[in-house]
Ligand binder design. Structure first.
Ligand code: NAD
Length: 271
C-alpha cells in the first residue's frame, strides 16, 4: 500500500541545504505542503522563496534549532496554524565531527549529540504526539548514516550518534506499530554525499578529522538519498527499517539486520 503524499503536510528539518533541500524540492513536485526548518534563516528563506515562486504558496520557513524544545514546539505550532495538520516529519538536520576525539581535550559530543540524537528524540516524540492527537496516520523518516551501520576510524562520535538513531528507530517502531492509527518510523543511511556538511567537515583538508579515503569513495547521488526518504515515507509496509542509500547502481535498499528475537527483559539472561 502506498501512503499518498499529495496534499499532505510535511516538516523537514535541515531543509535549507544539501539532502534536506533536495528532499523539500521533491516533496514540492508531489504537491506536499512543506514547513522547512533550519537554524540558517538566510538559506531557509532562499529555499522557500524559490519554491513559492515555482509551485505556489504552500511552503513556509521556520527558523529553529532542532535541539531546542521551545523552538520545536513552535515548529509544530506554526505548521498546524498554516496547514492545519502534520502528516510527515523528516528529521534530517545533522552536524559532522571536526574534533580529533583522542587528541583534543574538548568534547565533540557536547555539540554533536544535542543535534544528531537529542534533536531526533525530541522531534520524534512531538511528531507521534501530534499524529495521536489528530487521530491520523503519520510517518517519520530520519537521516542516519552508513557511519551508523559500520565501524569507521574517523569521526567515531558522529558514528555513535548515527548508530544511536538506527537503534532508536528499530526499537521505537515496535511501539508505534501498536498505535491506532498506525505511526511508522524509518531511517535512511546515506553514504558519501557531496554537500556542505562534507566539505566543511571531514572532507576539508585542514580538518583534524580529515579523511582522504572518504573523498576518494564514489559519491552517492543526492537523488538516491531522496529516493530512500520517499520510500520510507510512501511504502506503508515499512516500519522500523534502515534504508541504505549508498553509491552504486542498486539504489536504496533495506538493511538486513541479523535477526535477534525481541525478548522480555527477564528473558535476556537466557540469550
Ligand atoms: N553529506 C553526507 O555525506 C552525509 C552522509 C550521511 C549522512 N548525512 C546526514 O544527512 C543529514 C543532512 O546533511 P547534509 O549532508 O545535507 O548537510 P548540510 O550541511 O548541507 O545540511 C544540514 C542542514 O542542517 C542544518 N542544521 C544543522 N544543525 C541544525 C540545528 N541544530 N537546528 C536546525 N538546523 C540545523 C544546517 O543549517 C544545514 O542547513 C545530516 O543528518 C547528516 O549527518 C550526510
Amino acid at each position: 500500500m502506498v501512503f499518498q503524499v499529495k496534499g499532505k503536510s510535511a516538516i523537514v528539518t535541515g531543509g535549507a541545504s544539501g539532502i534536506g533541500e533536495a528532499l523539500v524540492k521533491r516533496l514540492a513536485t508531489l504537491g506536499v505542503f512543506v514547513t522547512v526548518v533550519d537554524r540558517n534563516a538566510d538559506l531557509g528563506n532562499r529555499v522557500v522563496n524559490a519554491l513559492v515562486k515555482q509551485y505556489g504558496p504552500h511552503f513556509q520557513f521556520v527558523k529553529a534549532d532542532v535541539s531546542s524544545r521551545q523552538d520545536m514546539l513552535e515548529v509544530f505550532k506554526q505548521t498546524k496554524a498554516r496547514f492545519g495538520k502534520v502528516d510527515i516529519v523528516v528529521l534530517n538536520a545533522g552536524i559532522d565531527e571536526n574534533i580529533d576525539y583522542l587528541r583534543d581535550e574538548t568534547d565533540p559530543w557536547a555539540n554533536i549529540f544535542p543535534v544528531n540524537v537529542h534533536g531526533v528524540l525530541l522531534g520524534t516524540r512531538m511528531a507521534v504526539a501530534e499524529f495521536t492527537k489528530q487521530k491520523t496516520p503519520g510517518v517519520i523518516s530520519i537521516t542516519a548514516s552508513m557511519a551508523g551501520l559500520y565501524p569507521q576510524e574517523y569521526g567515531p562520535v558522529y558514528a555513535a550518534s548515527k548508530g544511536a538513531v538506527v537503534h532508536f528507530v528499530r526499537g521505537l517502531s515496535l511501539s508505534t506499530a501498536k498505535l491506532t492509527p498506525k505511526v511508522r518510523v524509518n531511517c535512511v543511511c546515506p553514504g558519501v554525499v557531496l554537500t556542505p556538511l562534507l566539505f566543511e567537515g571531514r572532507g576539508r583538508p585542514d580538518s583534524p578529522t580529515h579523511q582522504p579515503s572518504l573523498m576518494q569513495m564514489p559519491p552517492t547521488p543526492i537523488e538516491t538519498v531522496v529516493d530512500a526518504h520517499m520510500r520510507a515515507i510512501e511504502d506503508e509496509g515499512l516500519n522500523g527499517e534502515a534504508i541504505r542509500a549508498a553509491s552504486g547502481k542498486r539504489g536504496p535498499e533495506l538493511v538486513k539486520f541479523q535477526q535477534v528475537k525481541t525478548v522480555a527483559l527477564s528473558g535476556i539472561a537466557k540469550l
